[in-house]
Structure formats: structure tokens, C-alpha cells
Ligand binder design. Structure first.
Ligand SMILES: Nc1ncnc2c1ncn2[C@@H]1O[C@H](COP(=O)(O)OP(=O)(O)O)[C@@H](O)[C@H]1O
Ligand SMILES: [Mg+2]
Length: 463
């Protein structure tokens, strides 16, 4: 179209030029005028044609720019759609992988309803903890809602609890841990409401190799002897026991003796201390002597009730003023027992005081080293032996050689009244946790200062 107009315009101009030349040199005046008019008309027509050609060209340029822009926009939209699809696919794959990972960890728990079970978190921060079965479906420690499989598993639980159709027999294995842990945290083992009726000594493995807690009431444990070579867990065990006594809601008083002040120092602010934590031998003697006196006072109180109550719980049920349990705990006690006066008073206590709610928990490296302590050793109803130097040392508390072959701190053997020797992993608790928990206990029970350590007895005791 454009070319046609251009050609017509060009031919027009050439024609006009030729006509003008002919009119000027060859034709007469009339012809020249006629040519003049013709030229005017033709010039007008040609100018119009040229203008139309220019307009058409401009239009085509605009059209081309518009088409290019539309194509670019279309390409952009398509690229963004492709990207969005890829992203959606990646998100779907990730969600699928997460679901598969979580579902691989779902177990159907086949313990009886209302029993406590132990559940292990997967992953690097793995720990194990008690969980009650009436808690919500456990989402494997992830901060996301349970998957359909988890919910279905939980639903099946509910059907068991509510007596509806029994669970199909195709359940996965129970989720209990089936191996010795390197470390169990005391706080993970303690019941929601700790009590003197449930003192936790550690965990053991049952016949199916599943971890179960070893628990007994204080009244059954009575005097506890703790043995083991240096560095294998005696002091941590004593701390774990002292901690449970300190946070129990029942009335209990602790008398803590620790020549190095490394074990019981953290209990200095416990509201249940009967005396300040003692480190000096003369303070230890004074405390033990004072406790022997308390035992005699209690004996008189018990005899005043007829018939004489068989234990402190029975006394407290009948007496007007209940008495607290008193637990004397001594770390590194075998060295102290070399001191005759201490051994003598302590012997009185372990022989006669259990009935009056006065118990001793004694830690020592080598009970055989102190021949004087044989009577005391024989009075331990509960014995806990950590790693022993050799078979002979192992036999002293345990009466068997096994503790010589322990290879892990906190692993030990426990003899508890009424059950066989049991291998345990003792619970671990850090000083920081003890301090923090005691702070809470202090707020709950109120501040209470211990009585001052009494003066030491005269060197020749009347006992
Ligand atoms: N129950 C336990 N679980 C895990 N590790 C423990 C346990 N008890 C002790 N340990 C480790 O062994 C170290 C020594 O323990 P400790 O009780 O001080 O030994 P002991 O008093 O027999 O010399 C602790 O610092 C801790 O690292
Ligand atoms: Mg120690």
C-alpha cells in the first residue's frame, strides 16, 4: 500500500514536470493555462496521496511496536506460570517427605490404658520422657499438627479406652526404648507429683529389653548404702535422692554431711535442711550425736502410745503432733567412719532408728576398708553399687562380682527389699537444675532456716 502510494506520487511529479516543460517551450498560451490548471489539480491530488501514505506508514509502525510488546508480556506470563508450577511441585515433594518421615515414627502403643509409657524423640536432641496416654496424639516432637496416620493411631487408642472394637492384631512394636541409655534425666523420670512413696533409683530393662523405672517408697528403702570407685556416679546418685526428698510434699528433714562440700553444697538453701550442710568432722559428729538423741526422744514418744506403733506412718496417724521423717545423708562416709565416736553414734542410728522414721543414706568408695563399719554395712536394706575396683570390692555391698565389669558412669546394681538384684542406670541431675527446682520449692514451702549445728558432745559420750 505504502509502496503503491510512493510510486504513484513519484510518477505524478515526473509527469507534472514533463507537462510544465512541454507547455513552456512547445505549446501556445491556451495550452499553457490548461496545463497550469491541470498541474494545480494534480499537485493537490498528489499531496493528498503523499499524506495518506505517510499516515499509513506511521500506523504500521505503531502496530508493530504493539505486537512486540504483547509478545513480550505473553512470554513473561508463561515463565511465571512455569516457575509457580515448579515451586508447587517442590513444596508437595517436601510435604510428602516430611509426612513419610513422621509416619515412619508412628507407633501403636499397646500398653494398657492409663499406664504411663516412655516415648523417645527422634533426631539429634533425642531424649526420652514419660507421657500419659490420655495426652493428645504425640506429633513426634515437631511443631506441626498430627498427620492422618497419627490421628488414626490415636483414634484406635480411644476405641480401646472406650471399649469399642479391639485394635487389630497388626500393630507395630510398642514405642518403649529397648536399650540402655547413656544418661537418663531425673526430671524425665519423676512423676508429676513427686512423693516419698515413689523414690526413683533409675531405670532398668525388662524381659523385652524395654526401659522401665525402678521406684520404691522411702519407707521400704530405709537405710541405703552406696558404693563405687571414684568418678562413677556415687555423688550424682546421692544428689538425685536428696533432690527427691527435698521436693517431696511430705514432711521430711535432711541432715547432709559432705567433707568436700561438692555434693550437697547445692542444697544449702533447701527449706527442708535440719542443720546447715556440714563439712567438718566435728560438725558431723555433733549432728550424728544430736540425731541419736532425737532417736531416743522419739523412742520415748512411741512408747508413750500403747500399743507401740510399728513405724512413723502409724505413729503419725495416732499422735497429736506428727513427726517428720529425718534422712541423714553422708557422702564419702567410709573415711568419717574411721572416727570411733562417729561410727558409734551412727551404729546406734542404723541399728535402731528405722522404726522412728530416721534413715541413713551413706556413700563410700570402699566399704571393706573400714572394718569398723561391718555392722553398719549389714544394716543397709538397700544397696546400690556403681563401678567397683575389682570383684572383691563388688561383693562387699552386692555379694556378687558384677559391678567390677561396669563400664559407664551411673550404671550400677541395686538391691532393694522385696526384689532381686536389678541392674540400673541411675538418674542424672545437674546442679543448675537442683538450684532452680529448689528455688520453686522454697517459694512453695516458704523460707525455713535450719537449726544451728549443735555443740560437739563431750569426748566421753554417756551412750
Ligand atoms: N547417673 C549418671 N548418668 C550419667 N553420667 C553420670 C551419672 N552419674 C555420674 N555421671 C558422670 O560421672 C561423673 C562423676 O560422677 P560422681 O557422682 O561425681 O562420681 P563419684 O561421686 O562416684 O566420684 C559426673 O560428673 C558425670 O559426668
Ligand atoms: Mg563423689
Amino acid at each position: 500500500m505504502l509502496k503503491f502510494f510512493n510510486r504513484v506520487t513519484l510518477l505524478g511529479f515526473v509527469g507534472v514536470l514533463a507537462a510544465m516543460v512541454y507547455a513552456h517551450f512547445v505549446a501556445g498560451e491556451a495550452v499553457a493555462r490548461a496545463v497550469g490548471w491541470t498541474v494545480y489539480v494534480l499537485a493537490g491530488v498528489l499531496t493528498l496521496g503523499a499524506s495518506l501514505g505517510l499516515v499509513a506508514w506511521g500506523w504500521s509502525v505503531v502496530e508493530r511496536v504493539r505486537a512486540a510488546r504483547a509478545a513480550r508480556r505473553q512470554a513473561e506470563v508463561e515463565a511465571s506460570l512455569r516457575m509457580r508450577k515448579l515451586e508447587a511441585e517442590a513444596a508437595r515433594a517436601e510435604a510428602e517427605a516430611l509426612r513419610a518421615r513422621r509416619e515412619a515414627q508412628v507407633y501403636a502403643i499397646t500398653a494398657p490404658a492409663d499406664h504411663q509409657v516412655f516415648i523417645s524423640d527422634a533426631g539429634s536432641g533425642a531424649s526420652w520422657r514419660p507421657a500419659h496416654l490420655d495426652a493428645r496424639a504425640y506429633a513426634n516432637g515437631l511443631p506441626v499438627p498430627p498427620t492422618p496416620l497419627e490421628l488414626a493411631t490415636w483414634d484406635r487408642w480411644h476405641s480401646v479406652r472406650t471399649g469399642h472394637p479391639a485394635t487389630p492384631a497388626t500393630e507395630a512394636a510398642p514405642s518403649l526404648q529397648t536399650a540402655w541409655p547413656e544418661r537418663v534425666r531425673l526430671l524425665d523420670l519423676l512423676p508429676d507429683a513427686p512423693s516419698l512413696h515413689e523414690i526413683t533409683l533409675g531405670i532398668t530393662l525388662d524381659e523385652q529389653n524395654r526401659q522401665i523405672p525402678v521406684v520404691a517408697p522411702l519407707q521400704r528403702l530405709v537405710h541405703i548404702g552406696v558404693g563405687g570407685s571414684s568418678g562413677w556416679g556415687k555423688s550424682v546418685f546421692l544428689q538425685a535422692i536428696a533432690f527427691q526428698l527435698a521436693v517431696a510434699p511430705e514432711a521430711v528433714e535432711l541432715a547432709l554431711i559432705d567433707s568436700e562440700l561438692t555434693t550437697f553444697d547445692v542444697f544449702s538453701s533447701a527449706p527442708c535442711l535440719r542443720y546447715p550442710v556440714a563439712a567438718e568432722e566435728r560438725d558431723a559428729l555433733a549432728i550424728i550425736h544430736d540425731l541419736a538423741g532425737e532417736m531416743r526422744r522419739r523412742r520415748d514418744l512411741f512408747t508413750a502410745l500403747s500399743p507401740m506403733p510399728p513405724n512413723l506412718a502409724a505413729y503419725n496417724r495416732r499422735a497429736e503432733e506428727p513427726l517428720p521423717y529425718i534422712v541423714l545423708m553422708i557422702d564419702e562416709s567410709t573415711a568419717l567412719l574411721e572416727e570411733r565416736a562417729i561410727e558409734k553414734s551412727l551404729r546406734q542410728i542404723v541399728l535402731k532408728a528405722r522404726k522412728f522414721g530416721l534413715f541413713a543414706v551413706l556413700g563410700g568408695q570402699d566399704w571393706k576398708a573400714s572394718t569398723l563399719s561391718t555392722t553398719i554395712r549389714n544394716q543397709f536394706s538397700t544397696r546400690v553399687q556403681f563401678k567397683a575396683l575389682d570383684e572383691q570390692q563388688s561383693r562387699v555391698l552386692l555379694r556378687r562380682p558384677d559391678a567390677a565389669y561396669i563400664n559407664r558412669p551411673g550404671r550400677g546394681f541395686a538391691v532393694i527389699p522385696g526384689r532381686d538384684v536389678v541392674e540400673i542406670q541411675a538418674p542424672f541431675i545437674s546442679s543448675k537444675t537442683i538450684l532452680r527446682a529448689l528455688e520453686v520449692t522454697r517459694r512453695r514451702k516458704g523460707e525455713k532456716s535450719p537449726r544451728p549445728i549443735p555443740p560437739p558432745p563431750p569426748s566421753r559420750s554417756p551412750e
